[in-house]
Design a protein around this ligand. Structure first.
Ligand SMILES: Cc1ncc(COP(=O)(O)O)c(C=O)c1O
Length: 378
């Protein structure tokens, strides 16, 4: 048998970049127009808008600032509470504090790992103004329950769809309906621009605000007309990033189809008795709506995550963990959060690992990962 340690290193993710895209980046570099609102950014925004059914879309240099801007567009600020999940990248909660509002967490569903709508409803107070649900690993939240609840309580929704490009709900793409929807194009995402993001807004007025917030609050008119009437940042996407985005966009459906095929292969290799035999939890087997941004495993309590990750590293396989519970970070503990507040998220976030999944992974790689997982779980 081949010594697993001499097999090539398998990371949990890896970007897929083709020569045509690299060529288009070179073209931008030679063109002289490298940054703001050039032809590539405009073309990328047009394609993204078409992808979400014609809703207005504006691009940015991260999927973090998109959410911050979404909160600003929704008028969220000091005195307001925003309910979100403790199971996300810390950006999801940080943006609430950035705009001066107060984050309120609600626990997650143990199977989907998405925010539990019953817990959300229980967390609503007279100060609640908005919700930031996350479509974790690309598995959509229950959109019917989410928007019914938001309407019932007159709340704005900022969907953190950082991981959900190409995911659908009952046949409709995430982003093509709902309120404000934020996508990330950070390097690990199903399509990436190295760093970047975009925000889907509701109408032309919001689109105008979305533009002002991304570039110092500036409005231009004529040849030399300029005014600033809101406080904006420097958050625009570069032409270089947009060139990468256009190359990725052309392959989004192919990438997502490949991820789906690999996810199916994972389930086939683990087999139907895996959970009962090893005590680990597989993700929801959603082969219709999820874009398979990640493939998660929740480990049994009998093994620590660090020990498991080390065993996988001994097989030359690198895992991720998405995520650590946000409310247990020092910064959040200092704001009154502590262990025991969100027990489901705390268990999942302590024991979750991310297995390799990216378009250039092979079926043989999946078989190798599953073999190593079973060996590591003994
Ligand atoms: C769920 C989630 N929210 C927010 C973000 C922030 O996006 P970005 O890294 O593009 O700022 C990410 C990605 O890193 C994410 O996965």
């Amino acid at each position: 048998m081949t010594d697993p340690a001499v097999l090539p290193f398998l990371p949990f993710t890896r970007p897929t970049l083709d020569e045509a895209t690299i060529g288009s980046v070179t073209e931008v570099l030679r063109s002289g127009w490298l940054t703001s609102n050039g032809p590539k950014v405009q073309a990328f925004e047009k394609q993204l808008s078409a992808y979400v059914g014609g809703r207005p879309v504006r691009t940015y240099n991260s999927g973090t600032c998109t959410m911050e801007i979404a909160l600003r567009i929704a008028g969220i600020g000091p005195g307001d509470e925003v309910i979100t999940t403790p199971n996300s990248w810390v950006a999801t909660a940080n943006v609430i504090i950035e705009v001066g509002a107060t984050p309120v967490f609600a626990d997650i569903d143990p199977r989907t790992h998405n925010i539990d709508m019953t817990a959300v409803e229980a967390a609503i107070t007279p100060r609640t103004r908005a919700l930031i649900p996350v479509h974790m690993a690309g598995l959509p939240c229950d959109m019917d329950a989410l928007y019914a609840l938001a309407h019932r309580h007159s709340l704005r929704v900022v969907e953190d769809a950082a991981q959900a490009i190409g995911s659908t709900w009952k046949g409709r793409r995430i982003g093509s309906f709902g309120d404000l929807v934020s996508f990330s194009f950070q390097v690990n995402k199903n399509i990436m621009t190295a760093e970047g993001g975009c925000l889907v807004v509701n109408d032309a007025d919001e689109a105008l605000l979305a533009e002002k917030y991304r570039l110092q609050g500036v409005t231009r008119s004529g040849l030399d007309g300029i005014d600033v009437d809101v406080l904006g940042g420097k958050l625009n996407m570069t032409e270089i990033a947009a060139a990468i985005g256009l190359g990725q966009m052309a392959r989004l459906e192919e990438f997502n189809a490949r991820r789906l095929a690999l996810a199916r292969h994972y389930f086939g290799c683990f087999g139907s008795d895996f959970e009962a035999r090893y005590g680990a939890e597989l993700p929801v087997a959603d082969f219709g709506q999820c874009n398979w941004h990640m493939f998660h495993l929740v480990l049994p309590d009998r093994i620590t995550r660090a020990a498991f990750m080390q065993k996988m590293l001994d097989h030359n396989i690198g895992l991720g963990f998405h995520y650590a519970a946000i409310h247990l970070f020092t910064f959040y503990r200092e704001r009154g959060f502590k262990e025991g507040m969100f027990p489901v998220a705390e268990r999942v976030c302590r024991q979750i690992v991310t297995l390799p999944l990216f378009p250039t992974l092979t079926e043989a790689d999946v078989e190798r990962v599953v073999g190593a997982v079973k060996a590591a779980l003994g």
